[in-house]
Write a protein that binds this ligand. Structure first.
Ligand SMILES: [Zn+2]
Length: 310
């Protein structure tokens, strides 16, 4: 009898482990990093997907009908906020015809709330002037600490929408924060030799990373966020880099590698391709591996051991 019960129990366990986990919440996000954090916090209760891929420019995502369809049945939408997705999300959200995730409803989350926003503009700024950072710098996800703020916020939102699993969401967010703290200590150690070093980035999307790890931002390949470089701007920047001894130009997969390499080579430095969004390059599938690869490649480029313009 005892063995029969044990046998039945084993069958139940086997059944449970082979049945696909039922997701209580379908979460959609505008950025891969937010989907990654949502998946860590949601665990088995959540399926999270991002509309923008890690190798796409998050400012300019085509508002295709397929994106609207993808979020038709979502329970939660997590936006980066600060207008990063302001060029396309206002088309995609209403296009989904999903009343649960429209701005102002309990299923819509602006992940920038609670973030200490850098480069807030003084006076009025209009997108018409070509500035795509009108509310301050929206690339806050380049600082690991900011993702802890997002994780805590998502645990609250998921708990409100799915109270039965609130304890799991709180525990997952705590585990996420702890893992991020341990990882951050490792990344800070890797970056320590380069404190005070200057770097050029293609777009103005590195200020949060630079502040966290003590780098100085020397300039950008783009003369203004969202405005492509002119030959004159590149020539002036190359001269200034040479004079100041700045040798590293970092660019994302969705920016011009050619312009970055040209600038680096004129300045006698190196151009390094980096992923600031999870999934941007191979081996960067979640936010932890993204920072692993990002920190290693920036440190390597700054070490001067990259072997000329790449
Ligand atoms: Zn930007």
């Amino acid at each position: 009898m005892k063995s029969l019960i044990r046998c039945m129990w084993v069958s139940v366990l086997t059944l449970l482990s082979t049945t696909p986990a039922f997701a209580d919440l379908k979460v959609a996000t505008s950025l891969t990093d937010l989907a990654s954090v949502a998946q860590f916090v949601g665990g088995k209760h959540v399926t999270a997907q991002s509309l923008c891929r890690g190798y796409e420019d998050p400012h300019f995502v085509p508002a295709k009908p397929s994106l609207m369809k993808a979020i038709q049945h979502a329970n939660v939408f997590v936006s980066v906020g600060l207008e990063l997705d302001g060029g396309w999300l206002p088309l995609v959200l209403p296009g989904s015809r999903n009343p649960k995730i429209q701005p102002g409803t309990s299923g819509f989350v602006d992940a920038s709330e609670g973030i200490d926003v850098l480069e807030k503009p003084v006076g009025t700024v209009s997108r018409a002037e070509g500035d795509i950072h009108p509310l301050g710098n929206p690339h806050y996800y380049a600082d690991p600490k900011n993702l802890e703020i997002v994780a805590d916020k998502l645990a609250e939102v998921f708990s409100r929408l799915d109270p039965a699993n609130a304890a799991d969401y709180a525990a997952n967010a705590k585990a996420f924060d702890e893992r991020m703290e341990t990882s951050l200590a490792k990344w800070e150690k890797q970056m320590a030799p380069y404190k005070g070093a200057s770097i050029v980035t293609y777009h103005k999307n590195f200020v949060y990373f630079a502040n966290r790890f003590g780098l100085k931002l020397f300039g950008n390949v783009e003369p203004k966020p969202g405005i492509p470089p002119t030959p004159r701007h590149l020539a002036e920047l190359a001269d200034a880099m040479k004079k100041a001894g700045v040798k590293v130009v970092a660019y994302q997969p969705y920016y011009s590698a050619a312009a970055s390499r040209q600038l680096a080579s004129k300045a006698g430095g190196v151009a390094v391709e980096i992923a600031t969004e999870a999934g941007g390059l191979p081996g960067t599938d979640d936010v932890f591996s993204k920072f692993d690869v990002l920190v290693s490649s920036v440190a390597k480029a700054l070490s001067g051991k990259s072997g000329g313009a790449q």
